[in-house]
Write a protein that binds this ligand. Sequence first.
Ligand code: GDP
Length: 620
Amino acid sequence: MLDLFTIFSKGGIVLWCFQTTADMLAPSVNALIRTVILQERTGNNSYDHNSLTLQYKLDNEFELIFVVAYQKILQLSYVDKFLNDVHLEFRDKYKNTLQNKWQFQDIDFMSSFNKILAASEKWGKTQAKLPKQMRTFEDSVKSKKTVASMIERKGEEKAIKKSVKIVEAKPKIEEIEIPVDDGIEEDVIAANRAKMAQKLSKKKTEKPVTKSPKSPNVDKAGKKPRVWDLGGGSRDLPDLDRSKDKPEDAKSEYSPQTDMVGRMQGSIRDLEVESSDEEYSSDDDDNVEPQKNETSKQKSSGMLNMFKGLVGSKNLTHETMKPALEKLQDHLINKNVAIDIAKKLCDSVEAKLAGKVLGTFDRIATTVKTTLTESLVQILSPKRRVDILRDCLETKKLGRPYVMAFCGVNGVGKSTNLAKICFWLIENEYSVMIAACDTFRAGAVEQLRTHTRHLNALHPKSKHGGREMVQLYEKGYGKDAAGIAMEAIRYANDSRIDVVLVDTAGRMQDNEPLMRALSKLIKVNEPDLVLFVGEALVGNEAVDQLVKFNQALADHSSSENPHIIDGIVLTKFDTIDDKVGAAISMTYITGQPIVFVGTGQTYTDLKALNAKAVVHALMK
Ligand code: GDP
């Protein structure tokens, strides 16, 4: 029993519609358009909304969308076939009209529709009666694995292991000194950093001012105390060695660094990503030589290439696109996009292009690549405005602090990046209260205390009209985190502090009691922004973390409209070279923007995501 069938153009004109229950279905179709079709997620051909399942088919030649909706609880095996048949019939019947610039008058499609529906239902019934056949090897998932994707799986496992290691490698309370990335495989990071540093130094000679200072290379030989390069390389500041840190000394050592003030005012600088790899090209699928450098040899063969491209008009079908799509999928996985997401992205490109007819000079691989590139930019571009500075101003006008909560697994850089964000806020003249709600991990409170001291040293009261720019609200360990956050917010409210940054304990996404506690903290304190902190090093793990964090926040909230993750802080971007896939996986999963990117271990290593730069690095 179908509730709705509608055929509309990509431009929004409804050509034909059949519906049983009026009105109620419009929100579901609108949700499908908003969250699937406009957001480049057309890979699956089905979408659930409220109690409905909506299945859809795109006709890319005539730019049409066919949508059928039915109750989710119904198992309608014939819908795929039905959708296909209606699509074909509609195209055949109205081909001329569609070609003649849409001169539609009355569309009488009801009788054809009913006929196809009856035939499909009958077909469904006969299918149900047939005994289930065993799958052949060719039908199995295993047979479809490419060699490259198998190799990548190993790498992905490695990435998962890496994040597990981070948890294990956390220092105990006696050793508050926090080593540089002790959980990550240091040789990999060192190699990536060396590559990045090389690139940066090359770049610096060309464009000296555009990059912020980078942290020094990690010595493979062993752990080193973290170095906070606060002076941006131009001044020698003492190391932030927590094991030796003495508060009395700190005051005299950390004199105000006047040249730092103002460096991060206003919006955060855009991230720059570069790749040294040769540009990715899959042009060979079209029997056309890739055009890399304009060498003389290639120039002379230019005419030949042109003739190779003259293969007549090409119809884009599953078969013709398959080689290019497989190549692209492997390429994405190689760049650390989670396997499932890479597949969905390619499916989405296929759905978007299937049926299109290419012009004589268009090449399939190039078309597929361009379409994917456009989809990726679309995915990474924020769907809504996240303007923290403006929102802080708004809440200030309302006489209350703006509250941001940071969550994520252990060791991803929550506290470090919270401190960077704090620095950025102070640079923009907002006073900050840090709520130390990680009452779990030994050393967490001390870590924030050190940050608070250093930030105040960089921005002393004297420079801000006697106002202390950062304060720490802490109640030690073992207490209820939600309660501490509440007290901190109240205190900030009473003391007219502009922003509260709530640090929470790192937790694994499968730890139910801790996820419940996080959900409680968010529900009770209603922060303005919930940020998920995730490191750019993760591949498939990123998806699991985000899905489970979001799910836990929704499940344990007991509210009809639970507050889930609003945005992402993507950390350790400086350690991944051009394997930028985590950025795609994370935004694809949540549909939420990457608000900040952490690019190192100094307070200024905070950037805004530049979607085009990331996609460029990804597609190279
Ligand atoms: P938390 O457990 O999530 O609070 O993580 P921490 O803030 O303690 O950070 C864990 C480690 O990651 C520390 O050694 C940080 O210096 C390091 N870290 C954090 N952010 C970045 C970043 O953007 N780049 C690099 N290279 N290291 C980072």
